[in-house]
Write a protein that binds this ligand. Structure first.
Ligand code: PLP
Length: 420
């Protein structure tokens, strides 16, 4: 078994006839069939192979296999964005009349997706406080199809108690899905801790330099055990009429990502571009090294902010004073990533600081090598109501910081000057 950093550089790539060291960009819409029998076999899944790049692509395949290896999963499927990954993870299990349970403390896009967009499709979302997962128990019923949460939450920077969540989920035979975007598999591997699915915005640390939008869904080994014969997931156990009677739980293949590919990518089509998959492959090569530095600098900056008289509160799970410290010690190994937030007096003060930094750039993103400062209440969470803002843990005086890879002391000096 290879270690993380070796997997990040080699897994999932078998050199083709050209023996290229770098993974090639297979920039092609479609693939030639040897003959009509070969074509029919591919469509019938008697043989696995390339058909059309909305469904699969050899460059994307390397990205998927490599990401799956890093997460300790069985298989993965790339998508055009993190939001597409989250939507497909939900749409793969829930339909009109069903419900999902989601943490209140999630990325703003996930809040609008779960609270508004899927509601229009008849899927209800019931919310729990990630700091109090016992609430899940009272929300479950026979129509509950998924429990969705972020391992490290954005932007409130809480850490999920994965054991507490999976214990309830497993008792009711419900799938769990962790958005592992902020923690990355370098610090947390939810699939090896009992979660069933992981989703990511690859647009963040996976690319690492803010180069491309993308997402991925990874499923754990032996997920079929939880799905086969489980009436909650009847659509995996009954013939899929849209795929001439295929029963997913009968296949000797990782069934969750396969169904996303064959049904959702086929019909909804948010497939990644091969070029973006190639960028993510480059990003993964240095992910371990970058994440160590992101986390080291973030901890130093958190300590500086904590000692600053004008800072009311610092949210970083690596600080011993933080309410998430014990949970973080349990689930995050080797660091707490590069995301932190801090609270100042009020909205105006926060806006003044965000406007005054020079190295920290005002951008609605995280997970870049370039340091970023965001004022969530006026940007990423702007579409949330005052009540939703409080529930998401985003007061007006909150500033979110994504610590980049610049010199740590330069970053501290920049914040010192801006806060005044
Ligand atoms: N999940 C988390 C935790 C995020 O921070 C983001 C984006 O900011 C997303 C999902 C959405 O990903 P994307 O922007 O790639 O669609």
């Amino acid at each position: 078994v290879m270690n993380q950093q070796t997997l990040a550089i080699h897994s999932g790539y078998e050199k083709d006839a050209q023996s290229t060291m770098a993974v090639p960009i297979y920039q092609s819409t479609a693939y030639e069939f040897r003959d009509t029998e070969h074509a029919a076999n591919l469509f019938e899944l008697k043989e696995l192979g390339n058909i059309y790049s909305r469904l699969m692509n050899p460059t994307t395949d390397v990205f998927e296999k490599r990401f799956s290896a890093l997460e300790g999963g069985a298989a993965a499927i790339g998508t055009a964005s993190g939001m597409a990954a989250i939507f497909y993870a939900i749409a793969n299990v829930a339909e009109a009349g069903d419900n999902i349970i989601a943490a209140k403390e999630v990325y703003g896009g996930t809040t609008t997706l779960t609270g508004h967009t899927i509601k229009r499709f008849g899927i209800e979302t019931r919310y729990f406080d990630v700091k109090n997962p016992i609430e899940i128990e009272g929300l479950v019923d026979e129509k509950t199809k998924l429990i969705l949460f972020e391992s490290i939450t954005n932007p409130s920077v809480d850490v999920a108690d994965i054991d507490a969540i999976t214990e309830i989920a497993d008792r009711h035979n419900i799938l769990t899905c962790a958005d592992n975007t902020v923690a990355t598999p370098i610090f947390c591997k939810p699939l090896t801790l009992g979660c069933d699915l992981v989703v990511h915005s690859a647009s963040k640390y996976a690319t690492g330099q803010g180069l491309a939008i993308g997402g991925i869904i990874v499923e754990r080994e032996n997920l079929v055990e939880k799905i086969k014969g489980n009436p909650r997931y009847y659509h995996f156990n009954e013939p899929d009429e849209s795929y001439h009677g295929l029963v997913y739980s009968d296949l000797p293949l990782p069934l969750f990502t396969l169904r996303v590919r064959l049904a959702l990518l086929r019909d909804l089509g948010a497939a990644p571009s091969p070029f973006n998959s190639w960028l993510f492959i480059q990003g993964l090569e240095t992910l371990t090294l970058r994440m160590k530095q992101h986390a080291e600098s973030a901890l130093e900056i958190a300590k500086f902010l904590e000692a600053h008289p004008k800072v009311k509160k610092v949210n970083y799970p690596g600080l011993e004073s933080n309410e998430n410290y014990a949970v973080a010690q349990k689930y995050l190994k080797g660091g707490c990533s590069g995301l932190l937030s801090f609270e100042v007096e009020d909205k105006e003060t926060a806006q003044k600081i965000a406007d005054a930094t020079e190295i920290f750039t005002l951008v609605a993103n995280i997970g870049d090598s370039k340091s970023i400062i965001t004022h969530p209440a006026s940007t990423t969470h702007q579409q949330l109501s005052a009540q939703e803002l409080i529930e998401a843990g985003v007061p007006g005086g909150l500033l979110r910081v994504s610590v980049g890879l610049e010199d740590t002391q330069d970053l501290i000096d920049d914040l010192k000057k801006a806060i005044g």
